[in-house]
Design a protein around this ligand. Structure first.
Ligand SMILES: Nc1nc2c(c(=O)[nH]1)N[C@H]1C(S)=C(S)[C@@H](COP(=O)(O)OP(=O)(O)OC[C@H]3O[C@@H](n4cnc5c(=O)[nH]c(N)nc54)[C@H](O)[C@@H]3O)O[C@H]1N2
Ligand SMILES: Nc1nc2c(c(=O)[nH]1)N[C@H]1C(S)=C(S)[C@@H](COP(=O)(O)OP(=O)(O)OC[C@H]3O[C@@H](n4cnc5c(=O)[nH]c(N)nc54)[C@H](O)[C@@H]3O)O[C@H]1N2
Ligand code: SF4
Ligand SMILES: [Mo]
Length: 744
């Protein structure tokens, strides 16, 4: 038996683990106690990796549609099918006829970043990701305020003394947009040392139960609450030195927030006016305090406004960029806010709205269009209509509104290619499915999630073994598809492609404004990188030109080799203040006075006065599942992982619904019937249903998941109900009607 260090990488926590390997199979996974970031923690999903890898339903070779049926096939025949169709579509209809959609599974593959080759080879503007069902409002606000979407203030959890958590449940999700393995232990530390954790959620979650204080906030009431908090803070004035000095003139903003008194906002958010004042002043008067929000703040009725208000409150209370407050990570690589001239830049506008979607004219954000536009781009005839789709680790039938419509659209595509490790509700309609290789044959570098880590940190795990006959890396598959799109054919000499890719990579870096390689000989850099396997070249380059890098020998610093030499991970220290250096805005200031926010405050004002539906639906994560993935692992089946509608006990009483009854949940979008669970932990008027369940169509493909398919909450979500700034779908706070529908 061999023991290796690895990173779990199933979710954003990036837990460090020790894996035991026997005969090329993973037999056991345990926490790695020596990792400097992780706190010796893994969850049930991490421990289930052996079963996940060994699952007989997992795809181990490509699937190709033959005579209407998906069948296991060779890589050659899969590429041949694509070669027979993709060039014709591109020729007749152009690159925009092919859409690419990457989902949460993309984060599982360290090769995913190569998708940029495919995007440029196809030349499509139709790029979609699960980000517009998730965190893009947060990114948009970061970009507008600080000049880059990844300039993301995250709570400095290990030093924080007061933490507000809005719309996040790390005790199930293990943290999101904050990379903090063992996050529950980290939150417990705050309380143990006399600090406070305050949770705002319509449901008394596991996180809320472990908190010092819990407030049952009204769904989508966060903006009203935070506007009132901002009002109090503006009235009280700053208590500590703060980032406010970098915000320029805030007179207009102050005037706009004048009317959002705690008294005006209290009923709409469900928090007493006196409490709002106390909470606001406590935030101001505590050193090391942070406000953090997640899914419940980014996918609701006021998503971007709420993100903006969180940033504003962190600024006004003097907690932005202060140790223990909301701070910015300085990761090892690929972080635009470490490039170029510090403190000033082109800002977000240069990467937002460069093009618009064809049908509803939604602006692009950082290279992608809102996924809420995809259905209409597929159905509306005309030049650039989407006729072909490539999904990467996405299950859109489960994760998007209108599951049946999405399924129908996928079924009617002229070409549908999926990268996935299972046949799912979505890719059962694909023409070709390409499986990622087993974990042991993959390298791991969680570059994306290190941007949000609570320490400056990086860990690299090389693949444990070479690819075997019949396996292919996602990298090679992507490059072969790109070759088809370019007209070179899939059977290109992949070494020659890699050589050209390497040269492009180096030349682009040397050309980049502010690159430490300016004036260097590209051939010298290419020669230094060529000794590495192709998948390591971009990683090494990124580290070496990054803020800690050796710039290929011109300064003392890191290269990928240093990460390899330290398999427990390289610790680059606690988060350090980065203002104003981190700014990349045209003004060199924090551009807090955003026009969109002023407009949205007007909408909020009307909402505060408006009528409320009798019931609203919110979502939730479950520890033993991962969106729609991992449902096929028997070991993870457990009664805490089941698909039930949580309803307040008194509400249920009024509706005549008892435990084990079925309820019909409906609205103008659709209706579902689901088993209920009664609870005093959910606010009256709110019901909660987990996301990631669904079916149909898993029979014969995912045996365990098919027997316990649950219901898909997205029958109730509305593709038209989107965040005005970003087009992000409202997945929480949805008006529904509830009625008893018999016994389960
Ligand atoms: N109503 C409602 N809808 C939601 C949400 C909600 O809370 N409520 N949440 C939204 C959010 S936050 C997100 S992120 C999306 C998620 O929705 P999607 O982005 O569609 O992601 P998943 O459901 O996680 O599906 C991931 C897919 O990736 C595959 N996969 C796993 N590992 C690998 C791998 O190594 N390689 C490849 N190629 N594929 C792999 C899995 O088998 C699975 O099919 O859903 C969104 N939709
Ligand atoms: N085990 C597990 N871990 C996961 C995932 C998973 O499926 N399973 N998914 C991963 C993904 S893709 C993501 S994006 C993250 C999400 O990570 P989190 O955001 O931490 O997880 P959620 O359970 O979606 O938490 C959202 C909370 O918001 C509350 N809420 C709903 N509406 C509102 C509102 O209007 N205001 C407030 N204040 N609260 C509201 C809900 O009740 C819920 O408790 O988790 C990641 N980690
Ligand atoms: S929390 Fe669980 S699933 Fe997420 S990285 Fe850690 S062990 Fe893996
Ligand atoms: Mo997500």
């Amino acid at each position: 038996m061999i023991r290796r260090r690895s990173t779990c990488s199933l979710c954003e926590a990036c837990c460090a683990c020790l894996i035991d390997i026997q005969d090329d199979e993973i037999v056991r996974v345990r926490p790695d106690p020596e990792d400097p970031l992780a706190k010796g923690y893994i969850c049930a999903k991490g421990a289930a990796i052996p079963e996940y890898e060994a699952d007989p339903d997992r795809l181990r070779q490509p699937m190709v549609r033959v005579d209407g049926e998906l069948r296991p096939a060779s890589w050659e025949s899969a590429f041949e099918l694509i070669q027979a169709r993709l060039p014709t579509i591109l020729e007749q209809h152009g690159g925009n006829a092919v859409a690419i959609y990457s989902g949460n599974g993309a984060g599982r593959s360290s090769d995913f970043s190569e998708i940029s080759h495919l995007l440029s080879a196809i030349g499509t503007r139709n790029y979609y990701t699960s980000g517009t069902l998730d965190q893009i409002p947060f990114f948009a606000v970061n970009a507008l305020l600080f000049g880059n979407e990844y300039s993301a203030p995250i709570p400095d959890l290990d030093r924080c003394k007061l933490l507000w958590i809005l719309g996040a449940n790390p005790s199930e999700s293990n943290g999101s947009m904050v990379t903090a393995p063992g996050i529950v232990g980290r939150l417990a530390r705050i309380r143990k040392e006399g600090g406070k954790v305050v949770v705002f959620d319509p449901r008394r979650t596991g996180t809320a139960r472990r908190a010092t204080e819990y407030h049952a906030i009204t769904p989508s009431g966060d903006a009203a609450f935070l506007a009132a908090v901002a009002h109090v803070l503006l009235e009280a004035g700053p208590a500590k030195s703060n980032a406010l000095e970098l915000c320029g003139d805030i007179t207009a903003l102050k005037a706009e927030l004048e009317k959002f008194t705690p008294e005006t906002c209290s009923a709409a958010c469900g928090i007493d006016a006196g409490e709002i004042r106390r909470l606001a002043l406590e935030l101001r008067d505590t050193n090391a305090a942070a406000v953090y929000g997640r899914m419940g703040t980014t996918t609701q009725q006021f998503s971007s406004l709420t993100c903006w208000l969180i940033a504003l409150v962190n600024i006004l209370a003097g907690n932005l960029d202060a140790p223990g407050g909301a701070m910015f990570t300085k990761p090892v690589s690929s972080q635009a806010n470490t490039y170029g001239q510090p403190g000033i830049g082109r800002g977000a506008q240069s990467r937002m709205g460069r093009w618009r979607s064809r049908v509803r004219k939604a602006p692009e954000m950082f290279g992608e269009l809102p996924v809420s536009c995809l259905p209409e781009e597929m159905t509306t005839p005309g030049q650039d209509q989407v006729r072909a789709l490539i999904t990467f680790g996405a299950n859109p039938v489960v994760s998007n509104p209108h599951p049946d419509r999405m399924a129908g659209l996928l079924q009617n595509l002229e070409l549908f290619i999926s990268f996935d490790i299972y046949v799912t509700e979505s890719n059962r309609f694909a023409d070709v499915i390409f499986p990622s290789p087993p974990r042991l044959a993959r390298h791991q570098f969680e570059e994306y999630f290190y941007k949000f880590a609570v320490r400056n940190y990086a860990r690299y795990t090389p693949a444990f073994r070479e690819l075997k006959e019949g396996e292919s890396s996602d990298r090679e598959t992507i490059l072969r598809l790109a070759a088809i799109a370019k007209g070179d054919g899939w059977a290109v000499d992949i070494d020659a492609v890699e050589e050209a890719t390497l040269e492009d990579l180096v030349c682009n870096e040397i050309r980049r404004r502010g690159s430490p390689l300016k004036d260097r000989d590209p051939l010298d850099i290419v020669a230094q990188l060529r000794v590495l396997p192709p998948h390591e070249r971009r990683i090494d380059l990124g580290i070496r030109v990054g803020p800690y890098g050796d710039a290929f020998g011109t300064r003392k610093g890191l290269s990928l080799q240093d990460l390899k030499d330290q398999p427990t991970g390289v610790d680059l220290g606690a988060l350090a203040p980065r203002l104003p250096e981190i700014l990349r805005t045209p003004s060199g200031q924090i551009e807090i006075a955003q026009e969109f926010a002023m407009i949205e405050l007007g909408r909020l004002s009307n909402w505060i006065k408006g009528e409320r539906p009798r019931f609203v639906l919110v979502g939730r994560r479950q520890l033993r599942s991962l969106n729609s993935a991992m449902r096929n692992i028997r070991r993870l089946q457990h009664n805490t992982r089941s698909c039930k509608l949580t309803i307040n006990t008194q509400d249920a009483d009024e509706l005549g619904i008892g435990e084990l009854d079925l309820a019909c949940v409906s609205n103008k979008n659709g209706s579902i019937t689901v088993e209920v669970e009664l609870s005093d932990d959910i606010a009256p008027g709110v019901v909660s249903l987990p996301h990631g369940w669904g079916g149909p169509g898993l029979e014969g493909f995912q045996e365990v998941a098919a027997t316990e398919a649950g219901v898909n909450v997205n029958y109730l979500t509305d593709p038209e109900a989107v965040d005005p700034l970003t087009g992000t779908v409202q997945l929480n706070g949805i008006a529904v009607d509830i009625a008893r529908a018999g016994v389960a």
